[in-house]
Design a protein around this ligand. Structure first.
Ligand SMILES: Nc1ncnc2c1ncn2[C@@H]1O[C@H](COP(=O)(O)OP(=O)(O)O)[C@@H](O)[C@H]1O
Ligand SMILES: [Mg+2]
Length: 335
C-alpha cells in the first residue's frame, strides 16, 4: 500500500519572492489527490519540495519518519526511491526508443539483469496501453502516447508515491479522459499514494479522493473532494466554474488553460446539471482499495467539515452504499 505524506508548515521563497507560506496537508496513504491552482502559484515547486529537490525555508515533509527538508541527504536520497515522477512534458530522451526510455531508471538505479528489465518494462508498457510502440522514438508518436510513456517510466521502480505534474497539458479532451481513467486504474492496481497537479477541470471533478488549491501564496483548501466542490470561497468557485468574474485576474495568475475554458464555456459550467460522478475502475479491474479506506476516514472526520461538504459526503455514501463509483453535486447546482 502507498505511504502517507505529511506536510507541516511549509514556507518557500526564492530570494525575496515568497512562493507560498505555511502549507500543511496530509496525502492519505493510497488515495488519489489533485492539486489545482493558476499558473505560477508554485505547484511544481511544491512537488519538487516533496521529493527534497527544493528546500523550503520552514516546515517539514515527513515520509516514513524522514523529513525531506532537513534530514541527512542520504536518508532523503533513499526515500526519494519510493517516488515515481511524471513530468509536465514527459521528459523523454529524444534519441532513445520508448523501451530504452522506460528502462532507463532500472538500468541507472538497479543491477537487474537485462531479461528482468525487459519483463518489467514490457509489463509497464502494457499497463499504459503502449504495446507495439516500444521501438518507436518519442518524436514518432503523439503527445498522448509520450505522456503515457512518461507515466510508464515513472512506474518501473514500483513507486509507493506517484507525482504527476500536469499530465494533461497539451492533450485533447478525449486523450485527457483516457489518461484520467488510466490514473484511476493505476491506483486500483498498485494502490500507491498519488498527487496530480492539473488545471484540467474534468480531471479535477472526476478523478480525486482529495483536492486542494494554491492561490496567492496560500494553500486555500485541501481535503476530501467534497469540501472543495461545495466550497463557496470566491477563488474556488471561479476556478471550478472557469468564469472571468472573480478574484483570479487577467494580469495576476490567470493562465491559458483557464482562458481556453472560458472561451469554450463562458458561463455554462456554473450551471452544469446535477451530478458529476467520480471515475470508477474499468470492468475487470479490482475496485480501488483506497475507496474503502477513504470512506472510513472521511466519515470519521465529518464533524470537522463545513455543512455543505458534510451533506455532500453523506449523500455520496448513502447513494452508492459502498460501490466504487461516487457521485457529487456540481458546484453551483444549488443542492
Ligand atoms: N529554481 C527556481 N529559482 C527561482 N524561482 C523559481 C524556481 N523555480 C520556480 N521559481 C518561481 O516560482 C514560481 C512558481 O513556479 P511554479 O512552481 O513553476 O508554478 P506552477 O507550477 O504553479 O505554474 C514562479 O514565479 C517561478 O518563476
Ligand atoms: Mg508547473
Amino acid at each position: 500500500m502507498g505511504i502517507e505524506v505529511v506536510v507541516e508548515g511549509l514556507t518557500m521563497s526564492f530570494g525575496k519572492q515568497n512562493i507560498w507560506q505555511d502549507v500543511s496537508l496530509t496525502l492519505p496513504a493510497g488515495e488519489v489527490s489533485v492539486m489545482l491552482g493558476p499558473s505560477g502559484t508554485g505547484k511544481t515547486v511544491f512537488l519538487k519540495s516533496l521529493i527534497g529537490l527544493l528546500k523550503p525555508q520552514q516546515g517539514r515533509v515527513l515520509i516514513n519518519g524522514v523529513d525531506m527538508v532537513s534530514s541527512p541527504e542520504r536518508d532523503i536520497y533513499e526515500t526519494r526511491k519510493l517516488f515515481g515522477l511524471m513530468f509536465q512534458d514527459g521528459a523523454l530522451f529524444g534519441s532513445m526508443s520508448l523501451f530504452d526510455n522506460i528502462a532507463f531508471p532500472l538500468r541507472e538505479h538497479t543491477r537487474k539483469r537485462e531479461s528482468e528489465i525487459r519483463r518489467i518494462v514490457m509489463e509497464r508498457i502494457e499497463l499504459v496501453g503502449l504495446l507495439g510502440a516500444e521501438d518507436k522514438l518519442p518524436g514518432e508518436i503523439s503527445g498522448g502516447m509520450r505522456k503515457r510513456a512518461g507515466l510508464a517510466r515513472a512506474l518501473v521502480l514500483d513507486p509507493q508515491i506517484v507525482l504527476c505534474d500536469e499530465p494533461d497539458s497539451g492533450l485533447d479532451p478525449v486523450r485527457t479522459a483516457y489518461l484520467s481513467q488510466l490514473l484511476i486504474d493505476l491506483n486500483a492496481r498498485i494502490d500507491a499514494t498519488m498527487l496530480i497537479v492539473t488545471h484540467n477541470l474534468d480531471i479535477a471533478a472526476t478523478v480525486p479522493d482529495n483536492m486542494g488549491m494554491f492561490f496567492r501564496r496560500r494553500l486555500v483548501t485541501f481535503g476530501p473532494r467534497e469540501v472543495l466542490l461545495t466550497s463557496d470561497e470566491p477563488v474556488v468557485t471561479q476556478f471550478l466554474a472557469g468564469r472571468r468574474e472573480g478574484p483570479i485576474g487577467m494580469s495576476e495568475e490567470k493562465d491559458a488553460a483557464l482562458l481556453a475554458a472560458e472561451a469554450v464555456d463562458p458561463a455554462g459550467r456554473a450551471a452544469a446539471p446535477g451530478h458529476r460522478p467520480a471515475a470508477g475502475t474499468l470492468p475487470g479491474l479490482p475496485p480501488r482499495a483506497a475507496v474503502t479506506r477513504r470512506r472510513e476516514r472521511v466519515l470519521g472526520m465529518l464533524d470537522q467539515l463545513p455543512p455543505a461538504a458534510r451533506a455532500a459526503i453523506r449523500d455520496t455514501y448513502a447513494r452508492t452504499a459502498g460501490a466504487p463509483t461516487l457521485t457529487m453535486p456540481a458546484p453551483g447546482s444549488g443542492s
